[in-house]
Design a protein around this ligand. Structure first.
Ligand SMILES: Cc1cc2nc3c(=O)[nH]c(=O)nc-3n(C[C@H](O)[C@H](O)[C@H](O)COP(=O)(O)O)c2cc1C
Length: 175
């Protein structure tokens, strides 16, 4: 039986992690949009990873619908550098308790470069940025968000895949 890493990435960080993970495990890798539901039964183990935008993991609704019967490994890649509160928000925004117990969730730190954002997101972000710039008595979080608009961050590092790779190796041996 085969194993595969599926990913959805807009700015490349999730793709980088998916590539490293697939190389390390010697698994297939594919953009989730090129994967068909009918192929699920061809694979023994599946990892799905995607970027987080406005709190939501890309394609997670479809993934949770497709993998109701088959537990998989899921990783989110977002802008924070392993901040527990932000990771909990991502979990709560995208999964219910049963889904979190059924699948195995990991967080991998990405980063943000707002200069790369285009289209509707760019318009929304500019409105938000202007609002924050004008706002008096900004909270700590709001100051951090504003800082991110001016200074791109990048926490992508191969070392972060260790935990997910060792978990995947364990279940691969077990099955
Ligand atoms: C428009 C936009 C919205 C974002 N929203 C969030 C968010 O709600 N929470 C978060 O932690 N990171 C957020 N981020 C950061 C992304 O999740 C981060 O850049 C991630 O690495 C994207 O993955 P990708 O490079 O594979 O597309 C956002 C980034 C952009 C550009």
């Amino acid at each position: 039986m085969k194993n595969i890493v599926l990913y959805k990435s807009k700015y490349g960080n999730t793709l980088q992690y998916a590539t490293w993970i697939a190389e390390e495990l010697d698994w297939e890798i594919r953009d989730f949009s090129k994967f068909k539901k009918t192929e699920i039964s061809n694979y023994q183990n599946i990892i799905f990873g995607s970027g987080v935008y406005m709190g939501k993991m890309n394609k997670i609704k479809k993934v949770l619908k497709w993998f109701k019967e088959k537990p998989i490994i899921i990783f989110a890649c977002a802008g924070n550098n392993n901040v527990e509160k932000d990771i909990n928000d991502i979990k709560n925004n995208n999964f219910n308790e049963e889904q979190l117990a059924f699948h195995k969730f990991f967080y991998l730190p990405g980063g943000v470069d707002f200069s790369k954002v285009k289209g509707v997101f760019k318009i929304m972000l500019n409105v938000f940025k202007k609002y924050l710039e004008k706002k008096k008595n900004k909270t700590k979080d709001e100051k951090a968000i504003l800082k991110g608009f001016y200074n791109p961050t990048n926490y992508v590092n191969k070392g972060h895949i260790e935990e997910i790779v060792s978990y995947a190796k364990k279940i691969e041996d077990f099955k």
